[in-house]
Unconditional design. Structure first.
Length: 151
């Protein structure tokens, strides 16, 4: 499928200093309740639409980055606007080919619907549960890529 046939998604920060674009399809739509995501989102889960990094581009500005370690010890880097602080996107060394775009940074967040909820063991008791999602108490194990499954 050529780039022209794919859905285009755009987004950016609240002040407009940083903009980005990527071509779909969106690979997954998740709500992550881990404590690290709660800090990054301001209290609730991080709502994330995952896409391939090869299709993603920052089109304006230079976001700032902050790196933390996941429970498994993988580096997770979160990008945000250095001026207004808006969370924008993130990536992990566990899945370097993917990028997680923060749904609030999308120009059209209405297209998002979480399909999975991760780290529900750390969700705040007051957080509303999505009844039509698969829920995992922790991070599900990722299947390692094999030569047969590699793109």
């Amino acid at each position: 499928m050529s780039t022209e046939e794919k859905d285009k998604f755009t987004g950016g920060c609240a002040c407009g200093e940083v903009r980005f674009a990527f071509y779909g399809p969106i690979r997954s739509q998740v709500a992550c309740h881990c404590r690290s995501c709660q800090y990054a989102s301001g209290g609730g889960p991080a709502y994330v639409a995952a896409a391939t990094r090869a299709e993603f581009r920052v089109t304006r500005g230079s976001p700032r980055e902050h790196m933390t370690l996941s429970e498994e010890g993988n580096a997770v880097t979160r990008a945000f606007c250095g001026t207004c602080g808006s969370p924008l996107f993130s990536w992990s060394e566990a899945t370097p080919e993917m990028i997680g775009i923060k749904v609030g940074a999308l120009d059209d967040p209405a297209r998002f619907r979480p399909r999975y909820e991760l780290w529900t063991s750390e969700a705040q008791r007051w957080h509303r549960k999505h009844w039509f999602t698969l829920r995992f108490r922790r991070q599900p194990r990722l299947k390692p890529k094999t030569a047969a499954s590699a793109d």
